[in-house]
Design a binder for this molecule. Structure first.
Ligand code: TEU
Ligand code: CA
Length: 560
């Protein structure tokens, strides 16, 4: 096993545990992070200029959303060349400099690996569609006629409409689980698989720290049988990929798996299976979507239900596999807007959410702007949106008779663009993100919510995240302790204990905007040091918590 160039094993408290279990990831959505050349679009040089900021925060790696060559139908999740950088984001030399500059600060670069599909502008697809005898033909999935309605192969794409589109050139239908411009790759073709592994090795050899794998639970699909997730060959492919690329390297791999359950997750991430480092699953997200209208009609957050979901995952994976911990990403609304309070208690709720998430077992991911408590976009008109999914569903739902205001209300809550408005660096025009007109509007609240302002506040959100990251690094119990939920049915208090040997942490947060007293419970009555404030504090029954107050008490079980 070669050791990671990024984080030295000797720096870690448990040198036996992999480096990515002691640190925190930070997701950058390149188009919206920092624009260095005044074209209104974030870029790689912009990211390099903010590496010191990320080093101050204390993160260990960046998950970089796609920067590969792409026609940008789905903002880079439609790749036309895996070996090239989109000129909009910079050059390969910029990318190499990013890897090197990040490494100097002990930050790894985790690339987004989008290999469930390519762009329809990829050379493989162009060759495949123009010539039935092309060697690339079988890299994709074809059909002569549309499937019979209601038959197994009659599948709807994630972005709406049929997953089978007619190819004008060959007059056949090809399969795509996302936009028609994102044809799905046929993973049953061994040559295609080896091309993907070659490409992965090429990037790993450049010194990247690993991959976040886009919709990796879909690569075993068998559309003719109606099988999309958990296909019969899925794990065989992942094991083959591991041996061909990851074995002998100290890379991290994060598998996006919307379909993963507490029972299927270990199949991806149990270490002895040699597949992925961790899963990135969405049980806590999708449980609050409508049965019929999905994300476009979100349900209110029910804390007892949410807590029980986290607890189930904590307990199911403990000692078996590794999970990711996150509130948001580029596909989801902003954490404070969805789970907290974007008004009066914005700062408090951002901190409480961070506390309860970061003290669990798993690798936390911070989505850009979350560390200063950024909120949803608050767009009021459809022409402010850019996201292909939002625009498709707008068209579809309007056709189905959904009123404009109703659609806009759903989009305001859950459109992917909520997370994609530019990073708010300062109160100046365009939030210090760009000098030009940004590709998507800046949130009007940047005058109040921005990095400069938050960091000048010792009680700001950034400081809190930074503290939580140090607590994780310094306390093995955060990484490997067991988990016990307290007050499971309490509507506002999120309370749990982590325990490793004699070292115990008690985490309590009031997830509401009113005062809440801790009721009698099975929770230990102890006094310990609050790792966040450094004060001596107590978990005593009757203690009253301020709105969104949270604490992390550390004590030794020998003392009580
Ligand atoms: O997301 C997978 C995915 O299924 C989401 O699009 C999700 O279903 C949707 O937001 C829910 O409404 C990944 C990427 O994270 C996303 O940005 C890409 O658009 C998608 O894959 C296709 O590559
Ligand atoms: Ca730019």
């Amino acid at each position: 096993m070669t050791s990671s160039p990024i984080i030295k094993q000797s720096d870690l408290i448990s040198p036996d545990a992999p480096w990515w279990q002691s640190t925190v990831g930070y997701q950058i959505y390149p188009a919206s992070f920092c624009d260095s050349n005044g074209d209104g679009i974030g870029d790689i040089v912009g990211i390099i200029s903010k590496l010191d900021y990320l080093a101050d925060l204390g993160i260990g790696f960046i998950w970089l959303s796609p920067v590969y060559a792409s026609p940008m139908v789905d903002n880079g999740y439609d790749i036309s060349d895996y070996f090239a950088i989109n000129p909009m984001f910079g050059t390969m030399a910029d990318m190499e400099r990013l890897i090197a500059e990040a490494a100097k600060r002990r930050i790894g670069i985790v690339m987004d690996l989008v290999v469930n599909h390519t762009s329809n502008q990829h050379a493989w697809f162009k060759a495949a569609q123009s010539d039935r005898n092309s060697q690339y033909r079988d890299y994709y999935i074809w059909r002569d006629e549309p499937p019979v309605k209601g038959s197994d192969a009659d599948i709807t794409a994630t972005f709406g409409s049929s997953a089978w589109s007619r190819c004008a050139e060959s007059n056949e239908l090809y399969f795509h689980l996302f936009a028609p411009e994102q044809p799905d790759l046929n993973w049953t073709n061994p040559t295609l698989r080896s091309e993907v592994y070659k490409m992965m090795n090429w990037w790993l050899d450049k010194g990247i720290a690993g991959f976040r794998m886009d919709v990796i639970d879909l690569i075993g699909k068998q559309p003719e049988l109606g099988i999309i997730t958990d296909g019969p060959d899925l794990h065989r492919f992942l094991q083959e990929m591991y041996e061909a690329t990851l074995a002998g390297r100290d890379a991290v791999t994060v598998g996006e798996a919307w379909s993963a359950t507490v029972s299927t997750a270990p199949l991806y991430c149990a270490p002895q299976r040699r597949e992925l480092s961790m899963v990135f699953q969405f049980a806590h997200v999708t449980q609050f979507w409508d049965e019929r209208l999905g994300k476009w009609k979100p349900k209110a957050i029910d804390w007892p239900l949410l807590k029980s979901t986290f607890a189930a995952w904590q307990n199911a994976l403990h000692g078996k596999g590794w999970n990711s911990l996150f509130w948001g990403n580029h596909d989801l609304p902003r954490a404070v807007s969805r789970y907290g309070d974007e008004g009066e208690h914005r700062i408090g709720s951002a901190k409480a959410l961070a506390t309860v998430l970061h003290m669990m077992e798993g690798t936390p991911f911070i989505y850009q702007g979350e560390e200063i408590g950024m909120t949803n976009a608050a767009f009021t008109r459809i022409d402010q949106y850019r996201d292909v999914e939002t625009l498709n569903f707008h068209r579809i739902q309007r056709m189905e008779g959904v009123a404009e205001e109703d659609f806009l209300a759903g989009a305001r809550a859950n459109s992917r663009d909520n997370a994609r408005t530019p990073m708010q660096w300062s109160a100046s025009a365009q939030a210090g993100f760009t000098d030009a007109k940004p590709w998507i509007p800046v949130n009007k609240n940047h005058t109040q919510i921005n990095v400069e302002k938050d960091r000048s506040d010792p009680n700001g959100v950034f400081q809190h995240y930074s503290r939580l990251i140090s607590i994780r690094r310094e306390n093995a119990v955060v990484r490997h302790g067991d988990f016990q939920l307290f007050l499971a049915d309490h509507p506002n208090l999120f309370a749990y204990q982590r325990r490793l040997g004699t070292s115990v942490l008690l985490i309590v947060a009031n997830m509401s905007s009113h005062l809440v007293s801790i009721p009698p419970s099975e929770m230990p009555q102890i006094t310990g040091r609050d790792l966040i404030t450094g004060r001596t504090a107590s978990s005593a029954v009757g203690t009253t918590l301020q709105p969104y107050e949270s604490f992390v008490l550390s004590f030794s079980s020998g003392q009580n």
